[in-house]
Design a protein around this ligand. Structure first.
Ligand code: FAD
Length: 516
């Protein structure tokens, strides 16, 4: 029987120390909470790597309704429109809240925000910090705030491995620490474990972003939604590094163009050129690369000598690889970047399992639909953290006398056995045969005692959903079904009888079954 952290018993348990987790903890103050982060704060969170910024209709020519319309267009029929409206309306206040917590965004001499433009946004509305260091600045501010907040206990190097239920309700979390397993007793948990890019061979995410929260939720019986929608960022720096440093969409927003080794412009025939939605740019690049070409982002004319001042982080990555973006085209290729699907939640972030909430990239709130609009994910995490905290605070803690895990999971988790399968068969372009191959292999890992069991389960849910969705839409592209189906449908998934069960529901249907 693993030791129980009795001193923390009953506190809400927040799994994840990125923007979603830390901000939820801060909104819950002064209620005591415990945050589990498997890596030291800032080092394992995608939040710290965000470059472009956070989208909010704060410009004089902008309006939340315009922001919402852009998100709904990008989402390709699968956005939850009321949730999109709620989040886009809350965006300016979410930015103000971060400022009050010590985050400094870039401003012009007159004090107004410097606003960036990114793909598929109809206005300049990307609030950024330190040029392209937005995520680093946001986490710096929040970590400082958390360290000053005595009600927040942060356990770094502690990895949640199983949710423990009693009578279908949350009773605690089984975690792994450097010195062995640890049990945390509590009836409220928030899953804020971030994305899934680490399941793929090429990613911009921290390599440890392997969707563990999705596996935790699925094994506890939660419903997941639209898992097949994975965003591949078109422009990851292609210099042999993994994770691949991102070359932000904001560089294209400033006028940089995509060319091949012969100088041919890839997006010439498209009305929005390089600022088409990411999936369109990605597929154009993917096909060109498959034909044997290389692709470069050419910022020489658009930015030239100004590059390093506007994008200092990207410039540093380029220089480390011997590339001067002021005078040389930057080699780029698509990489797994963001997961639109995730744990199905309602507007308060509640999942289908009582006592379990989800927030940030791990949650499927309905903001992104089939495709995320750039810079809407920091925004989603920032807005939803407040609503999740309100819901958690309004839910009384329940005492549980006994907590006994059926089995302690393996000491280590290893996603490497799934990289090749996910990249080859569940990547940018998908086919029935490839997905069937992936499912067979992933199923043989997911439900057995194997270090790759949890990553394989998440991959299995993505591949299963991708096989069932016989259409192409947003971030999901089937070469054997290259058009969108006439009806807009969500795909709900759950673990059932040692396999993944799935069924379609119409767009607009409630994300989770139980009452509001
Ligand atoms: C390179 C890059 C650039 C980006 N740029 C932008 C941008 O400009 N604008 C934008 O809106 N979005 C951007 N995104 C996306 C955005 O950063 C993420 O979607 C968002 O930060 C996710 O926040 P989160 O809190 O949900 O997860 P994260 O910030 O990834 O945090 C996850 C946390 O969970 C912890 N964790 C995971 N599993 C466990 C476990 N089992 N037990 C305990 N802890 C666990 C991790 O250690 C980490 O602390 C970018 C992403 C990347 C990778």
């Amino acid at each position: 029987m693993p030791p129980i952290a009795e001193a923390l018993a009953g506190q809400p348990i927040i799994v994840g120390g990125g923007l979603a987790g830390l901000l939820t903890a801060l909104h819950l103050a002064p209620e005591p909470v415990v945050v589990l982060a498997k890596a030291p704060l800032a080092s394992g969170a995608a939040s710290a790597w965000a470059q472009g910024g956070i989208a909010a209709a704060v410009g004089a020519d902008d309006d939340p309704a315009l922001h919402a319309a852009d998100a709904v267009t990008a989402g390709a029929g699968l956005c939850d429109v009321p949730m999109v409206q709620r989040i886009t309306e809350a965006a300016p206040e979410a930015v103000d809240d971060l400022i009050r917590r010590g985050v400094a965004f870039d401003r012009s001499a007159d004090g107004t925000f410097k606003l960036g433009l990114e793909g598929a946004h109809s206005r300049r509305r990307i609030v950024h910090a330190g040029g392209d260091g937005t995520g680093r600045e946001i986490l710096r501010g929040l970590i400082a705030s958390v360290r000053r907040t005595p009600s927040v206990t942060v356990l770094e190097g502690v990895e949640a491995r199983r949710l423990m239920l009693t009578d279908g309700r949350l009773a605690g979390v089984l975690a792994q620490t450097k010195s062995g397993p640890l049990l945390l007793r509590g009836s409220r948990v928030v899953i804020a474990t971030g994305g899934i890019g680490g399941l793929y061979g090429h990613t911009t995410n921290p390599l440890a972003a392997i969707g563990q929260g999705l596996a935790l939720a699925a094994r506890a019986g939660a419903v997941l939604r639209d898992m097949e929608f994975v965003q591949f960022h078109p422009t990851a720096l292609d210099v042999g590094r993994d994770p691949m440093p991102l070359v932000s969409e904001a560089v294209r927003g400033e006028g940089a163009i995509l060319v091949d080794e012969g100088g041919e412009r890839l997006m010439a025939g498209h009305s929005r050129g390089e600022l088409e939605p990411r999936d369109i740019v990605t597929r154009a690049m993917w096909r060109h690369i498959a034909e044997g070409h290389r692709v470069f982002l050419d910022a020489r004319t658009a930015l030239g000598a100004d590059f390093a001042e506007r994008f200092p982080v990207i410039a540093t990555h380029c220089h480390a690889a011997g590339i001067d973006p002021a005078t040389m085209p930057i080699p780029v290729r698509p990489a797994a970047h963001y997961h639109m699907g995730g744990i199905a939640v309602d507007q308060a972030g509640r999942t289908s399992v009582e006592g379990v909430w989800a927030c940030g990239e791990a949650a499927a709130t309905g903001l992104h639909g089939a495709n995320r609009l750039a810079s809407n994910s920091l925004l989603e995490a920032a807005c939803c953290a407040r609503w999740v905290a309100t819901s958690v605070a309004g839910t009384a803690a329940r005492n549980r006398a006994s907590l006994r895990p059926a089995a302690v999971p393996r000491e280590t988790v290893d996603a490497s056995p799934v990289h090749e399968i996910m990249s080859r068969y569940v990547g940018v372009l998908r086919t029935r045969d490839g997905l069937r191959t992936a499912i067979e292999t992933l199923r043989s890992l997911a439900f057995h005692d194997h270090p790759a069991a949890d990553p394989a389960l998440v991959g299995l849910m993505i591949a299963t959903a991708a096989l069932l969705r016989e259409e192409s839409r947003g971030g999901h592209w089937r070469t054997d079904f290259p058009h969108a189906a006439p009806s807009d449908r969500h795909l709900r998934l759950a673990v059932h009888n040692g396999d993944v069960a799935a069924h379609f529901t119409p767009a607009g249907s409630p994300a989770i079954a139980r009452g509001a």
